[in-house]
Write a protein that binds this ligand. Sequence first.
Ligand code: FAD
Length: 376
Amino acid sequence: MFVREYGGRIRLGTGVKRLVARGGRVTGVETEAGETLPADEVVIGADFAHAMKHLLEPGVSAKYGAEQLKRKRCTSAGIRTRRRRCTPLSLTPSMRMKSGWYLQGGYAGLIGRLEEALRSRGVTIRTGTPVEEVLMLGSRCIGVWAGGEKLAFEHVVLNGDFPGTAALLGEQERGKAPARKYVPSSGCLLLYLGLNRTYPEALVHQFFFTEGIRDMLATVFVKGELPADPCIYAFHPSLIDPALPPGKSVLYVLVPVPSGGGVDWSGREAVVDAVLRSLERRGFPGLRAAVEWMKVRTPEDALAEGLFGGGSFGIAPSLQQSGVFRPQLAPFGIEGLYAVGASVHPGGGVPVVMQGAKQIADHILKKDCTANMHSI
Ligand SMILES: Cc1cc2nc3c(=O)[nH]c(=O)nc-3n(C[C@H](O)[C@H](O)[C@H](O)COP(=O)(O)OP(=O)(O)OC[C@H]3O[C@@H](n4cnc5c(N)ncnc54)[C@H](O)[C@@H]3O)c2cc1C
């Protein structure tokens, strides 16, 4: 068992009764045997949704009787202490979810952390400086033109949404680039809400499906129209993120809508109001009265920011645009020029884009290493 090899302890048949929290942070677990085990990190291995809703709450025993807690207990968990030892407390044959992580501050918090990590490794970062042109010397990319400056680089990785990046090539290279028509992925209507209350009965992540989901999907993806009764994803991170003052919270609402320019968003207020009313019925009573501020974004905004066709996830993950058919990491066949991002293989979504970035980094390192070996 690799856990033992790494110095970990394994306990079988020891259910976790309660997560012990102090100051909004989990400090350990209490087992059904009444033992408290301290931990720096706790990985929920089963019934994650239940644990997020009930076991993280201080005063959980007031909410549920001991019997209920026993029935609803978390059946599998692993804890990690400062010594980095993993201790699975109970192993179950089928785990609904291995672990769940929440980035403090939401995904936006990742940017600052990555920036810090890169700067600490000596990387120079320039923001607010759009790349206007890729510079070539013969058949090789030698840098970029950005912010009125010529910047020389051995390798250039384009990260704008791929279908628009060919515009950065000179006329000659652009002519050689494969002419291809892409289909954008689905668009999103997004509501960012600041509320003067929280919804402790809600879950952090909630998906509200409509009864006629097939019709809804056909309306959005085939007809390219707004559905009368849309599916809604609601994210209420304030339940686990103590960043806001007590009594305040944020709610993120995502509604799948058609990308492209087929929808007239000038009357978006009515659509937004319908979504808010729907949320009030489906689990957020009194929502409209609780809104302190709201930001709305439509596929039109996404398009204006350079997302292809106003789609949220790069080019659509259809068969003809996936795997080997998706643009690859060196899509223009130009030495020293690469591409990464949602529209490039392996695909969209933050973790997948990061995988693509790693593939490029590995490829460049291997290439450079091989080149150096030849020159010895
Ligand atoms: C509403 C929405 C919800 C999402 N939800 C999730 C989710 O829950 N989980 C998940 O994993 N993914 C989610 N995604 C998808 C995920 O955000 C994207 O797939 C991912 O961010 C794409 O990364 P990227 O690097 O390709 O593009 P981006 O994150 O868009 O980064 C590209 C950057 O390049 C910059 N740029 C473009 N052109 C130039 C230029 N010429 N010069 C300089 N800079 C330039 C842009 O300004 C931008 O900052 C969501 C996306 C949207 C829109």
